[in-house]
Design a protein around this ligand. Structure first.
Ligand code: C6P
Length: 416
């Protein structure tokens, strides 16, 4: 089916026009047209984002919150306007609840250090799921090592769906934190986080939702979810690298100690005593990543202008098509077959190592990720070392899926 037909069948998305906004998509790799199917690792960036960053460097480059001069005022305005855009993107109740960080990883580490140190003690339990990225395991493990708390794991089934009965059974008053992803990067599973948050709250636990793979693909409403903490990374939502967001409920953030000390996070400093700045600046020590915060604002605005519901609907159909086409190839084993999935197709091609498959696909111009996807416990669960993972964005097309299928056939021929 042609791309045009597939659009007509799904949503109002004009993918051909959207693709014009993404310069990196229009290139040849090893003499073949690029099919960029590694969006879960890092998505591509539209010109709107590139222009916003260029505009900062060409006209407004100065430090923020520090200068009375015009350039600093402009930089501060753009930096803070970007925060307003992120607030809108997440539907956060208050602007002060939006903290700029380097990415999802730093957001989780900030909470593990600051909230964790004050609220977790020996005998407490922290629940993570069996399908977490290392970023949502290791900081909690480190916290457990420091405090004597216990890390417990919500199990999953062979489809890659969390076992909700087991989750309910694990919940008790000992559980102080539930840390789960909204969408799994290795399997694509969309977890029922709203329900799981409500269950966690019923036993008095705080929730950390890792939205790194959800924010680019589904509408996120932190108020509706009632998430206590929610993190995502700019580079996966079509924005720059090195910037991301920690959302936290104001009352929790107010009660937390700063993560890092330095400029901008203080109200008053003396050698005897320092008082801290108000939110969100209490958590933004030092000169921040100004240019990329501005770029992130442009990125979430771009995504909202395309429409998160349109993105989700288009990608759902593309994923269905890819699942059907790839699984029809002899010898393919899909890893992650949950009922509710977003934009990730992980698979094995016979007993070909994923790195070999990824290398051959690259020679065909197809960018995928091969490896454990920083989710080694998921690989262990399926007793495999790695998968080949195609991950889609709303600018991908059925033609690119067809190219992937031809590439897989080639891998089979070469390693047959
Ligand atoms: N996953 C992938 O290829 P950072 O690196 O901080 O931007 O994001 C970390 C992270 C956290 N949670 C989930 C669910 C993720 O998928 C990621 C990043 C990439 O799957 C790179 S390992």
């Amino acid at each position: 089916m042609s791309t045009t037909t597939s659009h007509a069948a799904t949503t109002a998305l004009d993918v051909a026009r959207i693709r014009q906004n993404f310069p990196a998509l229009h290139q040849q790799v090893h003499g073949k047209p690029l099919a960029y199917l590694d969006n879960a690792a890092s998505a591509q960036t539209p010109v709107q984002v590139i222009d916003a960053i260029r505009g900062f460097y060409e006209r407004d480059r100065a430090n923020v919150h520090r200068g009375v001069h015009e350039l600093s005022q402009r930089a501060t305005h753009s930096y803070e306007q970007a925060r307003v855009k992120v607030q809108r993107f997440l539907n956060a109740a208050q602007l002060e609840e939006i903290i700029y960080v380097r990415g999802a990883t730093e957001g989780i580490n900030l909470v593990a250090s600051s909230w964790g140190q004050a609220n977790i003690k020996a005998g407490d339990e922290i629940l993570v799921s069996a399908m977490e990225h290392h970023s949502n395991i290791v900081p909690w493990q480190m916290l457990c090592e420091r405090t004597g708390a216990k890390l417990r794991v919500i199990p999953m089934n062979q489809q890659g769906e969390l076992l909700l009965d087991e989750y309910a059974a694990l919940l008790s008053e000992r559980v102080k934190l539930v840390a789960i992803n909204h969408v799994s990067n290795a399997l694509g599973t969309i977890n029922p986080v709203k329900q799981m948050i409500a269950q966690a709250h019923a036993v008095g636990a705080v929730t950390m939702i890792d939205g790194a793979q959800a924010a680019p693909h589904v509408k996120v409403d932190v108020c509706d979810l009632d998430a206590d903490f929610y993190v995502f990374s700019g580079h996966k939502v079509y924005g720059p690298t090195g910037i991301g967001v920690l959302y936290g409920k104001r009352a929790l953030l107010e009660a937390m100690a700063p993560y890092q000390g330095g400029g901008d996070m203080i109200a008053y400093v003396s050698f005897e005593k320092t008082t801290y700045n108000e939110l969100p600046y209490k958590f933004e020590a030092g000169t921040p990543n100004i240019a990329d915060a501005i770029g992130l604002g442009a990125a979430v605005d771009y995504a909202l202008s395309v429409g998160m519901d349109n993105i989700a609907a288009y990608e759902a159909e593309l994923l269905d098509y890819a699942t059907e086409q790839v699984s029809a190839i002899d010898g393919i084993r899909l890893i992650g077959t949950a009922k509710h999935k977003a934009s990730v197709l992980s698979f094995l091609i016979g007993d070909v190592h994923a790195h070999d498959a990824g290398t051959i696909l690259d020679r065909e111009g197809i960018a995928v990720r091969a490896g454990h996807h920083c989710a080694q416990p998921v690989m262990d669960f399926f007793s495999i070392p790695a998968t080949t993972r195609a991950s889609f964005a709303f600018y991908n097309t059925r033609e690119e899926v067809d190219a992937l299928c031809r590439g897989i056939v080639k891998v089979k021929e070469l390693f047959g």
